[in-house]
Design a protein around this ligand. Structure first.
Ligand code: NAD
Length: 485
């Protein structure tokens, strides 16, 4: 039987087993064709509350299992992801509009996240402290309890598993709320993998739903830590609700990342590097290169090369054709992209490639002659748009790069690596890549943004221990002390 056999989950959500939801069902749509592939349960606040109660009951026994048993479940989950990679990739292609290479990146990363999470469990989770008293004094990492994970549509599997796997491994129960538009590849797939891997009942729940289900998850009293990935606007609401309810929220939000091209950069390779940064997954990536800042001495050549590359890239249905770009997730998102491009052109920007669409297929677009008033340059487009702006010297490059309220990723192309590193020191972001574009992710690296891109939360490697545990101070002495009472 296929792992994702719809007879198991069609029209349902995982709330202590696959069950009908109180919000009815929602269609699972293939953006490339508009075809309804299946239906999925649409969870409401009531479903979230039921799942949270169930998770809180199941969590202590899971946390008390020998670490070797929790690690084994995570290792098996990695194996199940690897064994069923092709099947999961088909959903990533059809439901999320991913090209096959991006889908394979997601399943490979998902397996890797599980293996790394398995290894987290056997690390030292505390330290022995000095004490002025005759006692043993320890700082020990303990599970947070129930962790709520809210994930977006664009890289649905990776952005869910990067929190789900380490949170589970460290002894937490998890409530995952995927975006309704990618509920199978970002929700059902994870639940089915962990079911196959032998995760005890009640430790993981999957609640596809809208913003109301997400909001219910944030305020539920059983949920102690929130891991939210999504837009800055929604992240602000999540942060406010979490603060009101005195719980920790890790917020991974939007971006408008700059790629700075210095005059000594290798322009031969730059067009390919730059095109990947702006057009990979139709530009629907938080780290997408949203601003190309190019030294004026090489700007014309850079724009010409990038526009030529954009014109050559095939766009179409990734399930049926060999394409570089698939569809935009839905019409609302496409209209938002086109609105930002059109209003920038009306404001005087020049179109060097693209700027057109058919159905949900948006052509890779290159814009120049941009100003601080061009929305496609100043705002996060979340579409395949490469705005290019020239600068005269390093000070101007720094001023342009730091003018954004976001601070997720930064790329610098230069023939002088040390100059690139020095320049990076002047531009605060969570991630920086010298001689590479802005879209990079590895499971062992700390991932996260600053300023409007997030709370400085980090996932990946050791950062996961910080994210999904509490620190507890523990002392023990042989006899009770004397008090003057
Ligand atoms: P979105 O904020 O609208 O939705 C993301 C998730 O949050 C969805 O599951 C949604 O249902 C839920 N949600 C929405 N409002 C909520 C609320 N008030 N309370 C709780 N949950 C709520 O995001 P989107 O526009 O669909 O996704 C794209 C955005 O995500 C972009 O801004 C992108 O940059 C960002 N993103 C960031 C990262 C990162 O790691 N920094 C990664 C991927 C995407």
């Amino acid at each position: 039987m296929p792992l994702l056999d719809p007879t198991v989950w069609s029209g349902k959500a995982a709330i202590g087993g696959w069950k009908a939801t109180s919000g009815g069902t929602a269609p699972v749509i293939e953006p490339a064709t508009g075809e309804v592939l299946e239906r999925i349960g649409n969870a409401t606040a009531d479903d979230v509350s039921a799942a949270a109660r169930h998770a809180a009951k199941a969590q202590p026994a899971w946390a008390r299992l020998p670490y070797t048993e929790r690690a084994a479940v995570l290792r098996r989950a990695g194996d199940v992801f690897a064994q069923h990679a092709e099947e999961i990739q088909q959903w990533l292609i059809r439901e999320a509009g991913s090209v096959p290479g991006k889908a394979a990146f997601e399943t490979d990363t998902a397996a890797q996240e599980c293996y790394e999470a398995a290894a987290l469990v056997s690390r030292a989770l505390g330290e022995v402290l000095p004490s002025a008293e005759p006692r043993l004094s320890l700082a020990r990492r303990t599970p947070a309890g129930v962790v709520g994970v809210i994930a977006p549509f664009n890289v649905p599997l990776v952005l869910a598993i990067r929190s789900v796997a380490p949170a589970l491994a460290l002894g937490n129960a998890v409530l995952l709320k995927p975006d309704l538009r990618t509920a199978v590849s970002g929700g059902v797939a994870l639940m089915r993998v962990f079911e196959e891997a032998g995760l005890p009942d009640g430790v993981l729940h999957v609640l596809p739903g809208g913003a109301d289900a997400g909001a219910a998850l944030v305020v539920d009293p059983h949920v102690r830590v929130i891991s939210f990935t999504g837009s800055t606007a929604a992240g602000r609401k999540v942060g406010a609700a979490a603060a009101e309810n005195l719980k920790r929220a890790h917020l991974e939000l939007g971006g408008n990342s700059a790629l700075i091209v210095l005059p000594d950069a290798d322009l031969e390779h730059a067009a390919s590097t730059a095109a990947w940064g702006s057009f990979f997954h139709q530009g629907q990536v938080c780290m997408s290169t949203g601003r190309h800042l190019v030294h004026q001495s090489v700007a014309d050549e850079y724009i010409e090369r990038l526009a030529r590359k954009a014109e050559q890239l095939p766009v179409g249905d990734p399930a049926r054709e060999q394409v570089a770009l698939g569809p935009i997730i839905d019409a609302a998102q496409r209209d938002k992209i086109h609105g930002l491009v059109s209003s920038s052109l009306e404001g005087g920007a020049r179109l060097m490639a693209g700027g057109t669409y058919e159905d949900l297929f948006y052509r890779p677009t290159v814009l120049t002659d941009l100003t601080d008033a061009s929305p496609a340059y100043t705002e996060e487009v979340f579409g395949p748009v490469a705005p290019v702006r020239a600068f005269a010297d390093l000070d101007e490059a720094v001023a342009l790069a730091t003018a954004s309220s976001y601070g997720l990723s930064l790329g610098i192309l230069t023939g002088d690596v040390m100059r690139g590193l020095d320049l990076a020191e002047r531009i605060p972001t969570g991630l920086v890549h010298i001689n590479d574009q802005t879209v990079n992710d590895e499971v062992v690296a700390p991932f996260g943004g600053v300023a409007a891109s997030g709370t400085g939360a980090r996932f990946g490697g050791n950062a996961n221990i910080e994210a999904f545990t509490e620190t507890r101070w523990i002392t023990a002495r042989t006899t009770q002390p004397f008090y003057p009472f």
